[in-house]
Design a binder for this molecule. Structure first.
Ligand SMILES: O=C1O[C@H](COP(=O)(O)O)[C@@H](O)[C@H](O)[C@H]1O
Length: 253
């Protein structure tokens, strides 16, 4: 893998528009040679950014997309903390993604069984007992450097076999979640972090430019054979001293 491409935007709106174009272009590429375009979604601030900009892509056809979740909270879909629930109301109702091509957890199950059930859904959809290889994963990063539901100093960072795992002690509520593991994240063909806001500036510098102590979860994302993008806005990039890209308006990545 070549190094990450760190792309800085003057505003979240311009970042979101380029993100939508990147998703659409990778979908076109996947569908030009394959049956589907597999996309993993994260929650948090990504939901509103993606939901605002993706439906605006001209002639977007999501009928052969396959949607998974990079992580999910173990709450009912109607709960405002449910990532699936937020995407259902903000995005899925605006694009033509068939319901049966959205791989959601079953939140009625206990957390271990829920993770096993979700891993089984991925295994069936990707027709593999090995690691599912997503065409694209969209990740966020918390102010503590967590990504998916992989948190600093958590034993799950050492997971090397399971594709999906339960967590019951998330330091960020809700405490019970299901998350992709690093082997699954790092198997993807393209991983895109979306990080905005000045509160992320210190941790973004630590993740991209190194710092004290063990590597933070977001710093452990290094797709073995895939692309890695960091799409960030100026406030989040404020502490960076390493090389970044600042594309002109409407530039394509
Ligand atoms: O709890 C979570 O946090 C991360 C980061 O969210 P952000 O709002 O700081 O971007 C998110 O990527 C993850 O999916 C979510 O479960």
């Amino acid at each position: 893998m070549s190094g990450p491409r760190v792309v800085v935007f003057p505003s979240v709106a311009e970042l979101g528009s380029t993100l939508a174009q990147l998703v659409s272009s990778r979908a076109e590429k996947a569908l030009s040679t394959g049956e589907s375009f597999s996309l993993g979604l994260s929650g948090g601030s990504l939901v509103s950014i993606l939901s605002k900009e993706l439906p605006a892509v001209p002639s977007l056809d999501c009928s052969r997309w396959l949607i998974g979740f990079c992580d999910e909270r173990l709450v009912p879909f109607r709960d405002p903390e449910s990532t699936y629930g937020l995407y259902k109301s903000q995005l899925f109702e605006k694009i033509n993604i068939p319901e049966d091509r959205i791989l959601a957890i079953d939140p009625s199950l206990p957390v271990q069984e829920c993770a096993d059930d979700y891993a089984g859904k991925l295994s069936k959809a990707f027709n593999t007992e090995q690691i599912p290889v997503f065409d694209m994963l969209l990740l966020g990063m918390g102010p503590d450097g967590h990504t998916c539901s992989l948190f600093p100093d958590h034993p799950l960072l050492q997971e090397s076999h399971r594709t999906v795992a339960p967590i019951s002690d998330s330091p960020k509520p809700p405490s019970q979640r299901v998350t992709m593991t690093l082997p699954t994240v790092n198997a993807a063909r393209c991983v895109v972090f979306v990080t905005t806001g000045g509160s992320k500036a210190p941790v973004l510098k630590q993740v991209l430019e190194g710092g004290e102590g063990p590597a933070l979860p977001a710093a452990l994302v290094a797709p073995g054979r895939g692309e890695l993008f960091w799409l960030v806005d100026e406030p989040a990039a404020a502490s960076l001293t390493s090389q970044v890209e600042r594309p002109g308006p409407g530039a394509k990545l």
